[in-house]
Design a protein around this ligand. Structure first.
Ligand code: SAH
Length: 344
């Protein structure tokens, strides 16, 4: 089987070149073709000798995704369905902000976490993505849209910390200054709360932003919404967050999807203030997006504003996330995987 060339970090690729009898600087040349020029074939790497290009063609694959579908929202958000070359398809979203272009990537083909309000739950888990398969989402969008992406959020399909090694390797590849050069601070990893992995991430040298999908303030309610809470209850999660802040000095972003008559009343806001008191934290309030068969519906605007104001008045900075791409099912929690061999 051919090796995936985008699964190597630059250092690993240097070693690989030496192993196949090439000079390590060839790795840097290939790297620049892949991540600066964003080429789709080894034949375009014209400063490599023909025999080396043949060797690369015979033993490695570049893994360029095909676009099956591209949808554009009224607000400029674009959703891509990529054929990831094994019969599966995943969704990736490109968003425009004042500060630049941001991309929401998937980390797995499906998701095992089973959150009740999330569309990624509905379809069976297939597998995790490799590092190169994660990175190719950014490259494919840049190629198609002729844009430079400045921010990456791991908030698409999948649980990034359930695919820890590949996600971290993807961060390393994205961050490399000889390639895409996306600063770690411009990369957010969002998790449903896998406590040991949060602690492990805290011990790495990375300065990524960590987002925690909290969504509830009592274990009873959170376990009902997110089965992961049975394994790692709120107290353990908050302790791990404190550890992350202590180790990295970075502020944590807490995601809280407001659902009507579920987690949006003043008692919840009060408990949230208590939970987060003293932490460097920011709360991102998301009006929950309804999914098919989902029992949760969006809070009223009035409740959302009340909730936000209560947090802000009590020392917790909170903002309401602007909803992007809802008309093309590209908003939070609406992304899905597809199996291309099944009828659509
Ligand atoms: N597994 C990771 C990342 C993917 S989900 C995680 O759980 O964090 C990205 C964000 O969208 C999470 O905060 C998730 O809880 C939220 N989300 C999922 N479904 C949603 C919905 N229907 N409405 C609003 N936000 C949702």
């Amino acid at each position: 089987m051919k090796k995936k060339i985008k699964d190597f970090t630059l250092n690993e690729l240097k070693e690989e070149m030496e192993n196949i009898g090439e000079k390590p600087f060839r790795a840097t040349q290939i790297w620049e073709w892949l991540y600066k020029e964003n080429v789709s074939s080894f034949d375009e790497m014209t400063n490599l000798s023909l025999p080396l290009r043949t060797k690369l063609n015979d033993n490695y694959e570049i893994g360029t995704y095909n676009i099956i579908k591209k949808l554009e929202s009224k607000d400029g958000t674009k959703k891509f369905l990529f054929d990831i070359l094994d019969g599966n398809a995943i969704e990736t979203v490109l968003m425009e902000y004042k500060f630049g272009k941001s991309i929401c990537v998937s980390s797995q083909v499906g998701c095992k976490m089973g959150c009740k309000f999330c569309a990624s739950t509905g379809i069976q888990f297939a597998r995790s993505l490799s590092a190169g398969e994660i990175v190719e989402q950014i490259l494919a969008v840049q190629r198609e849209e002729k844009v430079k992406i400045s921010n990456v959020v791991f908030m698409g399909i999948g649980e990034p910390l359930d695919n820890y090694d590949n996600v971290l390797k993807a961060v390393k590849i994205l961050n490399d200054d000889k390639g895409l050069n996306i600063g770690a601070r411009h990369i957010s990893i969002s998790t449903s709360g896998i406590v040991p992995k949060i602690r492990q991430l805290a011990d790495e040298k990375w300065q990524c932003t960590l987002s925690i999908s909290l969504h509830a303030t009592t274990n009873e309610k959170r376990s009902e919404m997110m089965p992961v809470n049975n394994a790692y209850p709120i107290e353990e999660l908050i302790d791990a967050c404190k550890y992350y802040i202590e180790k990295t000095g970075r502020r944590i972003s807490f995601e809280y999807a407001l659902a009507k008559d579920n987690n949006d009343n003043l008692e919840d806001a009060k408990r949230l203030v208590k939970l987060l008191r003293g932490m460097i934290a920011h709360v991102n309030l998301i009006p929950i997006n309804k999914i098919d068969q989902g029992k949760y519906t969006k809070s009223t605007n009035e409740n959302i504003i009340k909730f936000r104001d209560y947090l802000n008045e009590n020392g917790i900075t909170a903002t309401v996330r602007r909803e992007l791409g809802a008309d093309i099912d590209a908003a939070c929690g609406q992304l899905r995987r597809q199996n291309l061999t099944e009828p659509k």
